[in-house]
Design a protein around this ligand. Structure first.
Ligand SMILES: C[S@@+](CC[C@H](N)C(=O)[O-])C[C@H]1O[C@@H](n2cnc3c(N)ncnc32)[C@H](O)[C@@H]1O
Length: 439
């Protein structure tokens, strides 16, 4: 932290004390966490109101009541003679040791079961004391997503990330639920009315998903392709979208249905020759029409301009091709490269009473080496976007083991769409959707 933020930007070490947790017989009980507060620059925000705790009257001072019935204590400064009044109902700014926030117990309504989950109040104090509404809160190790959930409750914007798929899935789920609740209490039933919620987007970094590519507009797509080709994007005011080692580049449409046409080849060759004074250009595209290929051959012969075609293809990240591509360049990567595959989900359901069903995915398997299924989330009213039903996002049974068989009582009969998201401990995740006639 000193290295990242600078030693001079250290503000506080806060000791958060709690009493819940295991007892120690052979050492002092470990009952606190340390929170380090750094600022990013030479100034920072501190909102005393967000840092307030109740003021306990001091036993050695008299407790007085003013004409309005407010309790206070007072003290005269021996040097200046100034009189200080401390109103009990005004509270006081907390010191750097916090003893008034208990850690979560097993029965806590806000507890979702994620290990290391922090209580809302702790995050509320941290966020409220150091930011104003509309600010952006970030947690780069989001875990169960308490930070994002509290930020969402407080109407802030937030950014979260985590290396674990489960953490991301749980965070997304909790904030969506919170955003959908018209009431702030998490355990209260989700209101069925749709309330406007802020956009929440989940990005998986390092993987280019085909749907994301096709969503890019032509400019974004060109920029992406030129960069991926190790070229330098150019401001596209003409037919040249970038350069690689001085060679002009042209990128076709982002749509795989629009191959490069003959006219595009002729226009590009003209720009390369007359405007750029070159005799070589490269066109990158999903596909090239046969007439485009003929045109290129003719241009080379007649005008001495060579237009090279580079076909773009997407290599599935799980494929052997991808592995070869990476390890061919860097041999030492071969041990490091692991492909994460989604688990195989085997699903069973059984009606146990009227409107009540038992769902079981315990026979599902992870197909990643050494992997095991460690979580299942359920959305019993799937409407196209996975939002787990309250209480069905992180279910643990005996010895805190994942519970892969659950019971659910539907509120009504009829055809229901049920989605189950299954995760393994290697980062594999698959969502299975089924339709069931509930009776
Ligand atoms: C203690 S938990 C976070 C708790 C959370 N901040 C809270 O206040 O409730 C730590 C999280 O860091 C994640 N993590 C560990 N190494 C990481 C990395 N290199 N990048 C991103 N996340 C990582 C873990 O998956 C885990 O969920």
């Amino acid at each position: 932290m000193d290295k990242i933020f600078g030693y001079d930007n250290f503000l506080n070490e806060i000791v958060w004390c709690y009493s819940i947790g295991g007892k120690s017989k052979d050492k002092f009980g470990r009952k606190h966490d340390n929170i380090l507060w750094y600022r990013k620059s030479s100034s920072h925000k501190f909102n005393p109101d967000g840092a307030k705790i109740p003021r306990k009257p001091k036993s050695h001072m008299k407790l007085l009541t003013d004409p309005e019935g407010r309790q206070y204590q007072q003290k005269t400064d021996a040097k200046t003679g100034k009189l200080y009044k401390y109103y009990v109902d005004e509270g006081k700014v907390a010191e750097d040791y916090w003893t008034d926030i208990e850690t979560l117990n097993y029965e806590d309504a806000e507890r979702i079961g994620y290990p290391t989950q922090k209580p809302y109040r702790l995050l509320e104090r941290i966020i409220n004391s150091s930011s104003d509404s509309g600010d952006i809160v970030a947690d780069f190790f989001s875990g169960g997503g308490t930070t994002a959930t509290v930020a969402q409750r407080l109407g802030m914007r937030w950014i979260c990330c985590d290396i674990s798929r489960i953490a991301v899935a749980i965070t997304a789920d909790r904030v969506t639920n919170i955003a959908m609740q018209t009431n702030n209490r998490e355990k209260q039933a989700v209101q069925q009315t749709i309330v406007p919620i802020s956009d929440i987007s989940i990005e998986y970094w390092g993987i280019y998903e085909i749907p994301s590519l096709t969503k890019l507009n032509d400019d974004e797509f060109r920029h992406f392709v030129v960069s991926a080709y190790n070229g330098r994007p150019a401001s596209a005011d003409d037919d040249v979208h970038g350069y690689k080692e001085g060679i002009p580049l042209y990128v076709g449409s982002s749509s795989q249905d629009l191959p490069i046409t003959k006219d595009q080849v002729i226009d590009f060759a003209k720009t390369v020759r007359t405007k750029k004074g070159k005799n070589h250009g490269i066109m990158l595209a999903w596909a090239f029409a046969p007439s485009a290929q003929t045109a290129a051959a003719k241009l080379e012969e007649e005008k001495g301009v060579s237009v090279e075609f580079v076909k773009i293809s997407l290599v599935p990240i799980e494929s052997e091709d991808f592995r070869k591509h990476i390890t061919g360049k860097h041999k030492e990567y071969s041990d490091l490269l692991v492909f994460i595959l989604p688990p195989e989900v085997r699903f069973k359901s059984k009606r146990t009473a009227s409107l009540t069903y038992e769902f079981d995915i315990s026979e599902s398997t992870s197909i990643n080496i050494g992997g095991k299924i460690i979580n299942a989330q359920w959305d019993f009213d799937f409407k196209g976007k996975f939002i787990s039903t309250q209480g069905y996002s992180f279910i643990r049974g005996d010895k805190n083991l994942p519970k892969l068989s659950v019971t659910y009582a539907f509120p009504t009969a009829g055809i229901k769409k049920i989605a189950c998201k299954v995760q393994d401990d290697k980062g594999g995740e698959r969502t299975e959707i089924i339709e069931l006639e509930v009776k």
